[in-house]
Write a protein that binds this ligand. Sequence first.
Ligand SMILES: [Zn+2]
Length: 125
Amino acid sequence: MAGGGKRGGNWKRNRKKHSKNAFPGKEMPKCPYCGQNVRDVLTAIAVESSDVPVHFDCVIKKIAETEELDAKDKICYLGKGSFGIVHFKNPSDPAKFTIKKRIQIEDEKKEISWRKASVKRVSFK
Ligand SMILES: [Zn+2]
């Protein structure tokens, strides 16, 4: 079965090639946390009730400010719009960790208009 019919792999490659994941609209949204333009829609996070894209890094920073972290704790993206405080028992062995707290940032059931539009655009050939 040559030809690589699997869409998943191709999608990832396309995403790299078309690195301009800018918003489809004319105006680039501004991150409410830092005030900078949100250029990369695919890594932006829709924070809770609002539909406003926030930088991935800004979300991490915000969590770091509000949560108490130990020296071996790290904030990681757990997927489906949730972040977690992950405790690494041994920094040299990243396989050994426990999730101390899960923080749901994005409503996973909510449709995020700007992301949808962008994904459509990216996969369009
Ligand atoms: Zn920001």
